[in-house]
Every structure is written in structure tokens, then in C-alpha cells.
Write a protein that binds this ligand. Structure first.
Ligand code: AMP
Length: 392
């Protein structure tokens, strides 16, 4: 049976290293269903949709097969019922600056960026290849996390390395979490009842990965992540900004290979490395409440660094209109939000303590605060579906 064009659905897939998240939208972008397959490749893999079921998931192709099986049982009649599949792709390099219908060239560009996003791009491509086989003829659209930043000026994206390295290897700031920052910036304009092209917004995506973006009149002008998602804020397990000399110092003094130093900075640092407790902010806050000093210093460091970026992006924007918190920590931790903007009343940023406690979405600053503070739950899947809708 061929799906009525008007009723066709959009499937969004986000293939991570050991998980695949999916959301199915109807033609008007209302969510029909969602779920995720977790722990791909491990014996205790499972799928969560309405219920949680343990299943054998050796690889991403099987994960996609299981997801489709579920969808065909409950939500989709046949493949003609699907208008297109949107894929989150973390790194699009310098070439992929727009959401794109996947063809051989797009796949080749995603592959070229494997060395720049080794934990992400190979899995995105695996998901695309799997669904191409399973649903031949249904268009796939790649939506790139880096694409949002195509407007960042050269003085912000270049590193102060010899210029030929930029020309030879495209070593520059790319920026990540763009899909989330774009969604949150647009939603902020809606909540403030002002057009985005009249607003200067600092969006703080504080999750397991963390980044801050300055968006001026709808156009991003700087962001904290860089050549890879390692630069910038302190994160769950990533160190963020450090003195680059530490890399060579560690290699020599700890006799570590470059690979080991990279692993240390990617997966043993950040909140986990400093606190020694966890990469999970909830657990760290709990430990800090029990007078665990390292947990407390990890929280202080985390918030201090967000505050420094807010100050610097306020300067970059020559005066922001709004500071917005999103993602797991940003949406849920009033303690973190309060610390990140503490003492900034002199520069026009004043949080309202009770609004900060109560608000799930909306303004949390005092009425008198010239720069508004907001909480906005992110929705990357909806943003991807919107982009697919525009393209297909
Ligand atoms: P995400 O990557 O967006 O899923 O965010 C994950 C992070 O959000 C983890 O560090 C969680 O501990 C954190 N998180 C979720 N809920 C809360 C909460 N209520 N308080 C503090 N952190 C939270």
C-alpha cells in the first residue's frame, strides 16, 4: 500500500557509538513515537520504546533492523509511508554546510571527516548504510552539527598556527551541537516574542558534552567547541580548554603515547577526572552535599568556566539580550544555572531565584534584568525533522 503523500512520516535517527535513538514524526511534525537502542555490541543490549526489552544487537545494522521492525508493527504501514529519514551527523567538515540528501558524494564527505570525529561519524555512516539497504528508495537526509557555524568569521574560526596548516589540513574551528543551538535560539525568540534577527543570544548547551554559542541576529558568530568537540567548556569526561603544552608534557613525563593522552583528555577528564566520582552531574551534586571536596571543586570549575564564556561572548556580541540554558544539566540543575551567572548583576544579568527553581521552559531572570536568562529544553530531533521537511 502506498502512503498518501500528505500523511507521510519523517523518521529521525541519531546513531551514536553504542546507541541509536529514533523519533517518528507525522507530516505536521508532531511526534508519533520514539525510542532508543542502547549498549550495541554488548551482551546486555536493549531497546526502549513503550517498554524495555533485552535483545541481541551486535551492530548498528541490527539496531536499525530492530527499530524498523518495531515501527512496522505499530506506527508505519510500509516503506512508502516514510517520506524521508533524517540523520544527525556530527562532522561535515568545510564542505557540508547545508542539510543534504545523501548520495555518494555526501557519504564520501562524512567518511573524510572520520579522523575529526572518530567517536561519531563512523556510526552515523553505518546507520545511513543500514537504512539504505533496509529501505531502498526512501530519501536519507544528513543534517550536520557543524553546518550551523558556516557563518562564523575567519578571525573566530582560525587558530594562531601557521596559516598553511589551515590550507593544507583545514585545521580550524568547526563547532558542534549546532542543531541544538539553532533550535534553542529559535525557541528563545519565540518565548521572548521578538524576531531572532533582532536578538543577540548566548546559548549554553550543558549536557554530557557542553558548548556555548554566540548568535547575533540569527547568525552564529562564535562557539566554544573547535576543530573537534574537545575544546571549550569542561564536560562529563572531556577536559575542554587546557594549555596545549600539557599534551607534550604528559607524553614525556608519563611516557604516554599521543593516543593515550588523547584518550585521557576525551574520556578520563572533565567532571569525572576532577571529581573522581562520576561524569554524571547529579551524582557529583549529591557527593558534594556529603562534603566531598573534589566533587565540590568539580562543580565550581564547571560553573566558573561557563561564566567566563558568558562574559567573553557578551563582549563578542557587544551586549547580549539573552542567556539560555539547555540540555541535561542546563535544563535540570537550578544550582548550576545560579552559579554560572552569580555576581553578574553589574553587567545586567540577574537571576530570579524562585523562577529558576520552578521554570521548565521560559524566562528565569528578574524583570529588572536587562539581559534575560532562559531555560529552553532542546529538541534536536524536531530540528532535524524540520530541516528534512524543508528539503524533501
Ligand atoms: P545530556 O547529555 O543532555 O543527556 O545530559 C546529561 C547530563 O545531564 C548528565 O551529567 C546528567 O547528570 C545531567 N542531569 C540530568 N538531570 C539532572 C539534574 N536534575 N540535575 C543535575 N544534572 C542533571
Amino acid at each position: 500500500m502506498t502512503g498518501n503523500k500528505k500523511d507521510k512520516k519523517i523518521l529521525v535517527l541519531n546513531c551514536g557509538s553504542s546507541s541509536v535513538k529514533y523519533v517518528l514524526f507525522d507530516n505536521t511534525l508532531n511526534r508519533i513515537t520514539k525510542g532508543n537502542v542502547e549498549r550495541i555490541g554488548s551482551p546486555d543490549a536493549f531497546i526502549v520504546s513503550d517498554t524495555k526489552e533485552v535483545c541481541s544487537v551486535p551492530d548498528h545494522k541490527t539496531a536499525v533492523e530492530i527499530i524498523l521492525e518495531k515501527l512496522f508493527k505499530n506506527a508505519i504501514k510500509d516503506k512508502d509511508d516514510i517520506k524521508a529519514i533524517g540523520h544527525r551527523v556530527v562532522h561535515g567538515g568545510e564542505k557540508m554546510t547545508q542539510p543534504s540528501i545523501v548520495d555518494d558524494e555526501v557519504k564520501s564527505e562524512i567518511k573524510k571527516c572520520f579522523p575529526l570525529a572518530p567517536l561519531h561519524n563512523p556510526h552515523h555512516l553505518a546507520g545511513i548504510l543500514a537504512i539504505e539497504q533496509l529501505l531502498p528508495g526512501v530519501p536519507n537526509v544528513a543534517v550536520f552539527d557543524t553546518a550551523y557555524y558556516k557563518t562564523i568569521p575567519a578571525h573566530a574560526y582560525l587558530y594562531a598556527l601557521p596559516y598553511y596548516l589551515y590550507k593544507k589540513h583545514s585545521i580550524r574551528k568547526y563547532g558542534f551541537h549546532g542543531i541544538s543551538h539553532q533550535f534553542v535560539a529559535e525557541k528563545t525568540a519565540e518565548l521572548m516574542q521578538k524576531p531572532l534577527d533582532k536578538l543577540k543570544v548566548i546559548t549554553c548547551h550543558l549536557g554530557n558534552g557542553c558548548s556555548i554559542t554566540a548568535t547575533k541576529h540569527g547568525t552564529p558568530v562564535d562557539t566554544s567547541m573547535g576543530f573537534t568537540p574537545l575544546e571549550g567548556l569542561m564536560m562529563g569526561t572531556r577536559c575542554g580548554d587546557i594549555d596545549p603544552s600539557i599534551v607534550t608534557f604528559l607524553a614525556t613525563s608519563e611516557s604516554m603515547s599521543m593516543n593515550d593522552v588523547n584518550k585521557l583528555m576525551q574520556s578520563q577528564s572533565g567532571l569525572l577526572g576532577v571529581s573522581g566520582v562520576s561524569n554524571d552531574m547529579r551524582a557529583i551534586i549529591e557527593e558534594s552535599g556529603k562534603n566531598n571536596e573534589r566533587a565540590s571543586i568539580a562543580i565550581e570549575m564547571f560553573c566558573y568556566r561557563v561564566k567566563k564564556y558568558i562574559g567573553s561572548y557578551n563582549a563578542v556580541l557587544e551586549g547580549a539580550d539573552a542567556i539560555v540554558f539547555t540540555a541535561g544539566i542546563g535544563e535540570n540543575s537550578s544550582i548550576v544555572r545560579e552559579k554560572c551567572v552569580k555576581g553578574l548583576s553589574r553587567i545586567g544579568i540577574e537571576i530570579d531565584t524562585s523562577l529558576n527553581e520552578e521554570t521548565k521552559e521560559g524566562i528565569i531572570s528578574k524583570k529588572s534584568s536587562p539581559i534575560k536568562i532562559l531555560v529552553v529544553p532542546t529538541n534536536e530531533e524536531l530540528m532535524i525533522a524540520k530541516q528534512v521537511q524543508i528539503l524533501v
